[in-house]
Design a protein around this ligand. Structure first.
Ligand code: AP5
Length: 221
């Protein structure tokens, strides 16, 4: 079987490769997806959740920005999409997630932040975890109005140095991509009865308390 797909002239493993080459993870894990549009507070709340529950934080946005900072071929290719508010191809991000999971074989669980962002990524993650003997336990979605999202991201852009935060039209493009390509992921997990929406406006502490309550309930069930 040909396991490669060429993107921008570079070879990436196809999704099928990771599924066939995945060693199993420990049986007792708690795997959480923090879901929501750009600027909804996924990164902010992820830091607090991993402190509290000891999961390994896997943010595809952070992983991609590390690749860009290190000027790797993957990073240079990804930058072309990110600077325009578009999604990086599925094969690239699934490969990064697979190798990050591999680096943390003894983890008590994973917190996925900004991943999955397409139904194809969600299906691949389910298969990947299932072949490793694990699964997603809960998807928590932060709900924030569009005007608040734009306000937060433009504000962050003043100091973050992120090219995708400085231009309002790129921010609006990210929100459109979220609505078209990422929001169907919510239905995917609703059908699996793993999805719970949480109000994402209010103080960071209030939102964290609501997330904690949802995680504690799921862990106790
Ligand atoms: P990524 O890095 O994932 O960015 P994003 O989803 O656009 O999310 P952000 O980091 O912008 O927001 P956040 O929800 O984490 O909010 P935060 O806590 O930072 O992705 C960037 C790009 O990489 C994508 O556009 C795509 O190109 C590519 N990519 C990444 N993953 C991919 C994937 N799986 N597939 C394909 N492509 C992928 O908060 C935002 C701001 O609000 C901060 O300033 C914060 O201080 C503030 N804030 C937080 N909480 C509150 C609050 N309660 N009240 C007021 N302000 C708050």
């Amino acid at each position: 079987m040909n396991y490669f797909k060429y993107i921008g002239g570079w070879p990436f493993y196809k999704i099928e490769y990771y599924i066939c080459h995945s060693p199993r993870l420990p049986a007792l894990m708690f795997n959480l997806i923090l879901f929501g549009p750009p600027g909804s507070g996924k990164g902010t709340q992820s830091e607090k959740l991993v402190d509290k529950y000891g999961m390994v934080h896997l943010s595809t946005g952070n992983l991609l920005r590390e690749e860009i900072a290190n000027r790797t071929p993957l990073g240079l290719e990804a930058k072309k999409f990110m600077d325009h508010g578009q999604l990086v191809p599925d094969e690239v991000v699934i490969g990064m997630i697979d190798s990050s999971i591999e680096h943390h074989k003894e983890a008590a669980g994973f917190l996925f932040d900004g991943f999955p962002r397409t139904v194809a990524q969600a299906q691949a993650l389910d298969k990947l975890l299932s072949f490793k003997g694990s699964e997603i336990d809960l998807v928590l979605a932060l709900e924030v109005s569009e005007e608040e999202l734009v306000h937060r991201l433009l504000n962050r852009g003043k100091t973050s140095g992120r090219p995708d935060d400085t231009n309002e039209s790129v921010i609006r493009k990210r929100l459109t991509v979220y609505s078209n390509e990422t929001s169907p992921v919510a239905d995917y997990y609703k059908k699996a009865h793993k999805f719970k929406a949480v109000a994402g406006e209010g103080s960071v502490a209030e939102i964290f308390a609501a997330l904690r309550q949802a995680v504690d309930m799921e862990m106790a069930s």
